[in-house]
Ligand binder design. Sequence first.
Ligand code: GAL
Length: 370
Amino acid sequence: MKQATKKIFMILAAAVVVALFAACGNDDAATTGGGAADGAFRVGVSMPTMDLQRWNQDGANLREMLTERGFTVDLQFAANDVPTQVSQLENMIGAGADVLVIAAIDGDALTEVLATAEAQNIPVIAYDRLIMNTSAVTYYATFDNFLVGQMQGEFIRDALDLPNQSGPFYIEFFTGDPGDNNINFFFPGAMSILQPFLDDGTLVSPSGQTDIMAVATLGWSTENAQTRMENLIALNNLVPGGHPLHAVMCSNDSTAQGVTNALLNAGWTAGADFPIITGQDCDIISVRNMIAGTQAMSVFKDTRVLAANVVDMVSAIADGNTVRINNTTDYHNGIRFIPTYLSDPIVATLANYRELLIDGGYYTEAEIYG
Ligand code: GAL
C-alpha cells in the first residue's frame, strides 16, 4: 500500500471505530433512559377527541416524545364516542400493547375493556382524567385539578373584591362533561372559594343553577355552552341595560368560548362592563379573547410537561424502575387511591400570557396574532 493510501485507510478505519463507539454509547444511553430503543415496547395512546385543541397537542407531544425514546406508538383519537374509544383500546390490546395511556371520554365506561388489559398485565396510565371503578389503573398523571378550580374562583373573588363588597354581584356557572371525573375537582375547587359569597348573598345566580349537574356541559362542547348561555340570557334578560351580569365561572376554555359568543350575540361589548369569564387550557381562541377583552383569564396547563411526565412513567415501567409519583391520597377511583403525579397549573391573564405562552415557546406570535 502506498504511503498516502495507507494514511487515508487508517483515517477511515479510525473514523469507523469512533462511529461504532459512539453508536454503542447511544445505545447504552437509550437503554438506561427508555429500555425500548429497538421499538419492541409498544405504547397505546388513546385520546378522547380531535375537536378540542388541547387533545391534538397532547397526542402530538406524546407521540413525539415516546418515539424519541424508542417506543412504538399507536395513537388514536375517539371522536368523543365511548364505543369508539373502547374498540380502539381493544385493538391496542389485541396488537400487543405493553402500556396503555388513556384520556377517557367517560371515566366510568372503561371497566370492561380494562379488565382485559389487567388480565394481560398491561399497565394503564390514566392521562389527565382519572378512570373510575376499575382496578386496572396503575398510575395517574394530571394537573392539580382542584387548584385549577380554586384559581378560577379566586380570580372572580379578587376581580369583584367580594370580601369587601356587599353586592349583590350576579354570576352564572358552567362546568364540563358529567362523565369526566375532572369536573368533580374543577367545580368544587371553584365553589370552595365562591360558595361562602353565594351563602351570604354577595353573589347571586340569576338562574339559581349552582348544582354541578345543572351546570354541566355535555362533551365540554362550545356549542352546548353557547346554547345554555343563550337560554340563561333569555330567562332573565341578561343583556346590557337589562338584568346585570358580572361574572360567568367557566371550568375551561371551550365552554368559556360558547359563553363569550352568546354574550356578544346578546349585545355585550368588550370593555369594563363585559362579564368576567374564566377558563382553562389557554386555547388559542381564548388567548385571543383575553386580548380582545372578552375572557378575563385562563389556566395554563403545559401539555408538554404532562406528556413528559407520562413518558417518564412509561420509561420507568419499561425499565422496571420506580415510577415517580407525588400524590397517593387525593385520587380515589372508586376502587383505590391511584398513585399520581400532579403538575402545577398557572393562572394566565393579559398581564402574563406573552411571557407564559410566547416567550415560553408554547405558541408562536403568528399562532396568536394571526
Ligand atoms: C378536561 C381537561 C381540561 C379540558 C377539558 C375539555 O378533562 O382537564 O383541560 O380540556 O377536559 O377537554
